[in-house]
Design a binder for this molecule. Structure first.
Ligand SMILES: *Cc1c(COP(=O)(O)O)cnc(C)c1O
Length: 447
């Protein structure tokens, strides 16, 4: 299925990519820089593949998102969706900027606590929270749990009662709205596994208000990811507003609405989602309800804040066919192209001029899967063995989705801040690949 974030025939040129990514610039001597730091210098020191996150870009985007909400006159708390990039350094930036987190697992909850985000600023989403995860969350008295089913509500009530706690909950409603995004990242259709069917939500809310250990405070919705137009948001929020009015009319109290995340970015030639437009949608549909609002952005904050550096291992050329450039990064590092047919900008690190000739090139990883491909027929300058590239917009759903498939160690991660850079995760050592494995004696093992 085609990636809707990648309209056919609209590849931006390298100068266009640089224009839409002001965190990058091409310098005549150092080549490609990211937030003013030469990416070649990082690759020289750390090797490739290597993730580079820009703290400045991330903070700038965080502040713009926050400011857009404030300037629309909205009382909104921002909960960064941890699953987009869960590195402790990223979470600690979020915490220091005064924001909260949206989590989907006990591991993510533990990370927020390790990074110093107060538990009261954590919201727990997700379609299947285990008893152990709920005990952990309720034990820490986290800010809010977004409930996704009737059964989950009962489980939360039982656990909270047993622990002598009250869980603050919203019901995550499935508004049956098409987010017009890739099928694997749409979540607000009735056919998707997420949320409580719209028609069941009012009755379940009344039940929630009567259950022990539960403080029912409102509704949540999250319709998908990489959303580039306001139509789906408006439609979803209009339905939530309708629900709030109807449950209030029947005498219930509603104090909170969580508007979810999903704002999209410009991977290719799309116009990036605008926080100001999102704020206007929230305001238009929910602004007069007098509720405390929340948003859960992930990709929009982290995506453009990171790149993946890679080196060309070799080229494969057969006659007149489009050449394959094989890189030392692969689908086990950045899964998005394989999983979502995603288009990511690719920029060589070497200095190049706008007039440099380009030719169609396939950029692929070395993993034994035909799906291990970063780009097909991409117009690129010559990339000989040893040339380095940056794969753009890799800061969200990048390192977090890495695996060690093909026994490839997890790549190093670097953070750039104020013109300096620091390794924030060392490259995984070979021995660490099997450090948790044991070989039982009956196999003849001696380890
Ligand atoms: C994934 C997710 C988000 C973040 O989505 P982005 O597209 O990264 O903004 C927010 N809320 C929930 C419930 C999610 O599952």
């Amino acid at each position: 299925m085609a990636d809707l974030s990648a309209p056919v025939g609209t590849d931006p040129t390298l100068p266009e990519l640089l224009r839409t990514h002001p965190q990058l610039s091409m310098t005549p001597t150092s080549g490609l820089t990211f937030e003013g730091v030469a990416l070649n210098a990082i690759a020289d020191a750390v090797g490739t593949p290597c993730w580079v996150m820009g703290a400045g870009t991330f903070k700038r985007r965080l502040r713009r998102m926050d400011q857009a909400m404030r300037e629309a006159g909205l009382d909104v708390s921002l909960h960064y969706a941890v699953k987009a990039n869960d590195h402790l350094a990223v979470l600690s930036l979020v915490g220091r900027e005064g924001h909260g987190a949206d989590i989907v697992s006990g591991g993510e909850l533990a990370r927020t606590q390790k990074a110093g985000i107060p538990a009261g600023r954590v919201v727990f989403s997700g379609v299947g929270k285990t008893d152990a995860e709920l005990e952990q969350a309720i034990g820490l008295d986290i800010g809010q749990i977004n409930v996704e089913s009737a059964e989950e509500l009962d489980i939360i009530s039982a656990i909270a009662s047993r622990l002598g706690r009250t869980a603050r909950v919203t019901l995550r409603v499935n508004p049956d709205v098409d987010a017009k995004t890739h099928a694997k990242i749409t979540t607000g259709l009735a056919a998707n596994k997420f949320g409580i069917p719209f028609d069941d939500a009012a009755a379940l809310y009344a039940r929630a208000a009567s259950l022990p250990g539960i403080e029912a405070r409102g509704f949540a919705t999250h319709i998908g990811s990489q959303i580039l137009s306001t139509g789906p948001y408006r439609a979803a929020y209009a339905r939530v507003a309708e629900l709030v009015r109807s449950v209030r009319a029947s005498g219930q109290t509603v104090s909170h609405v969580d508007c979810g995340g999903g704002l999209g970015i410009a991977y290719r030639a799309e116009a990036e989602g605008q926080p100001e437009a999102l704020a206007a949608s929230i305001r238009a549909e929910l602004g007069d309800l007098g509720v405390k609002l929340a948003i859960e952005p992930g990709r929009w904050l982290a995506g453009p804040s990171g790149v993946l550096l890679s080196t060309v291992i070799l080229r494969k050329e057969y006659g007149m066919q489009t050449p394959f450039v094989v890189t030392d990064a692969a689908m086990n590092d950045l899964l998005r192209p394989s999983m979502y047919d995603a288009w990511h900008g690719i920029v060589p690190l070497a200095p190049h001029s706008p007039g440099q000739p380009c030719a169609p090139t396939h950029v692929v990883g070395p993993v034994c899967e035909s799906g291990d491909s970063f780009a097909r027929d991409r117009d690129l300058p010559p990339l000989p063995r040893g040339a380095r590239i940056a794969i753009l917009d890799a800061g969200a759903y990048g390192a977090v989705m890495s695996s060690t498939y093909n026994s490839r160690p997890l790549a190093a991660e670097v953070l750039v801040e104020d013109g300096e850079w620091t390794v924030i995760r060392r490259r995984q050592a070979m021995e660490e690949l099997w450090q948790d494995e044991t070989v039982p004696a009956f196999t003849g093992g001696t380890m």
